[in-house]
Ligand binder design. Structure first.
Ligand code: TMP
Length: 214
């Protein structure tokens, strides 16, 4: 049986990751793998309810972080861990790096508290005590917040995060950069300020280069 593979996809709103996640799912399926395509916050009925609250209702940063991690715990136990145990490929649109970037960077919330929540939530039965479930690889679609703002302008009706000012996204982007520096081996930085085909080429090359796809 194949080993389970857990890949996450990150970037500020407007970085354009969604179409590439779908394309990568097709590439894994073409290679004979079973793929679970999922997202955070969300991915289970409970977590999708928490998503609707977190993305639409005003709340303080700790409440927001707790909802993100509550949704994540349910998603991990109900969807991600069982899929990895079956040897499947989990492609997850955002994971914990988004909490460090948005709640930690964007909202300025204490990252030590986030790290404590991360330890609680990502300790799972399949791993030895002290080890945390993390993506094997995180594709980070890095984009200048000014370019992202242009892309988002006039798109769909923005949610609570998408309607934040550019300065918020500059802090989110800095949050992602800090997280990538702290765990460089896990991150695959993709320059998202390129034509779509070039972004796709870089993503595919990175995923192949790390040995996840033939
Ligand atoms: P999406 O628009 O990419 O589906 O992401 C939903 C929004 O939720 C996006 O603006 C980022 C935000 N978010 C957080 O603030 N914290 C988190 O932990 C996650 C997973 C997402």
């Amino acid at each position: 049986m194949s080993h389970g593979v857990f890949l996450s996809f990150e970037g500020i709103d407007g970085a354009g990751k969604s179409t590439h996640i779908e394309a990568l799912a097709s590439a894994f399926r073409a290679a004979g793998r079973t793929v679970v395509l999922t997202r955070e916050p969300g991915g289970t009925p409970l977590a999708e309810k928490l998503r609707a609250l977190a993305l639409n209702d005003p709340m303080d940063a700790l409440t927001e972080a707790l909802l993100m991690f509550a949704a994540r715990r349910d998603h991990l136990l109900q969807v991600i861990e069982p899929a990895l145990a079956r040897g499947e490929v989990v492609l997850c649109d955002r994971f914990t790096d988004a909490t460090f970037a948005y709640q930690g960077g964007g909202r300025g919330f204490d990252t030590q508290v986030l790290a404590t929540l991360e330890r609680w939530v990502q300790s799972v039965d399949a791993l030895p005590a002290g080890a945390l479930r993390q993506p094997h690889l995180t594709a980070w679609f890095d984009l200048d917040p000014a370019v992202a703002a242009q892309r988002l302008a006039g798109a769909r009706v923005p949610d609570k995060f998408e309607s934040q000012p550019q300065a918020f996204f500059a802090r989110v982007a800095a949050g992602y950069a800090a997280r990538a520096r702290a765990d460089a081996g896990r991150f695959l930085r993709i320059d998202a300020d390129q034509p779509r085909e070039a972004v796709w080429r870089d993503l595919l090359a990175g995923v192949r280069g790390r040995g996840f796809l033939p």
